[in-house]
Design a protein around this ligand. Structure first.
Ligand code: ADP
Ligand code: MG
Length: 258
């Protein structure tokens, strides 16, 4: 092919957003000639590469857009640390059918037992599968919605929390929430009720939510909607962080003794 024709082809491929094919065209064309490929096999090779590239980029974009504070994988979760963790129940949740069924997942337990790890692990898996996910702490969500009142962007900000297939609300209970904050949580939960999944983590038992949200009536209205279609994990045990730290300290002590 003449240089001019080749350059136009590359330009057109880019116009059609087939950047991967444009990039690989030269080397793949040489490969096709040397291995005597049919036209259809050559086309299939190029299209497969473009699809793989787009899928990979889609996953990366979705993970970036989800605003995870850290990336965690369900595969790295150590069940032996935590006798109370029901592995089979978690494996069932990991198939992500709860997202299609618009159901919720709640991780309850004291600090350091892996609630955020599991929520992010499920979120990352959801991104890899093609779902749109958004991660927030309750406090951040309340701050965003509260400040949206000032510039009249409440409707669009609410949409941001309502539209994703999966919304992760982390750290319910660490900080007390104002009455307006509890109202915002109610709005988000009721707009997502039976229309989109929520994963929520909390260090407080449900009976303490009235205190956390400063209002027993709103707390029970929120819980009513959250729990109607939900799977609850009550994680007990020691903090993983502290256990790891303790192990390090014991190692250091042993080194010093030797
Ligand atoms: P929580 O949200 O319950 O306070 P995190 O999920 O933030 O706890 O866990 C604290 C740290 O310990 C994180 O780095 C997390 O990856 C790790 N961790 C907690 N539990 C486990 C576990 N069972 N297996 C592996 N890592 C864990
Ligand atoms: Mg946490």
């Amino acid at each position: 092919m003449a240089t001019e024709g080749y350059e136009k082809l590359v330009k057109d491929l880019k116009k059609l957003r087939l950047g991967c094919i444009a990039e690989m065209l030269d080397s793949y064309a040489k490969q096709a000639v040397s291995s005597n490929m049919t036209y259809l096999d050559f086309l299939e090779l190029l299209v497969t590469e473009e699809v793989r590239y787009k899928e990979l980029r889609g996953v990366e974009n979705r993970i970036r857009g989800s605003r995870f504070p850290v990336i965690k994988s369900l595969n790295d979760f150590d069940y032996s640390h935590n006798g109370s963790m029901n592995k089979r129940k978690l494996e069932e949740i990991s198939n992500l059918r709860f997202i299609d069924n618009k159901e919720n997942v709640m991780f309850l337990g004291p600090p350091g037992v892996g609630k955020t790890h599991l929520a992010v692990g499920l979120g990352v898996k959801a991104c890899e599968t093609g779902y749109k996910v958004l991660f927030t702490t309750l406090n951040d969500m309340v701050c965003v919605l509260m400040s949206s009142m000032a510039d009249n962007s409440l409707t669009s900000k609410l949409r941001m929390y309502v539209l994703p297939s999966l919304l992760i609300i982390d750290e319910v209970g660490y900080l007390p929430v104002s009455k307006e904050g509890a109202n915002f949580l109610f709005q988000v939960v009721s707009k997502r009720y039976e229309t989109g999944s929520i994963i929520l983590t909390s260090n407080k038992s449900f009976s303490e939510w009235g205190e956390v949200l400063g209002d027993n009536v709103i707390a029970s209205a929120i819980l009513d909607r959250l729990l109607h279609h939900s799977t609850v994990f009550n994680i007990k045990g020691d903090s993983y962080r502290l256990r790891e730290k303790r192990k390090e300290l014991v190692k250091e002590e042993k080194k010093e003794d030797n």
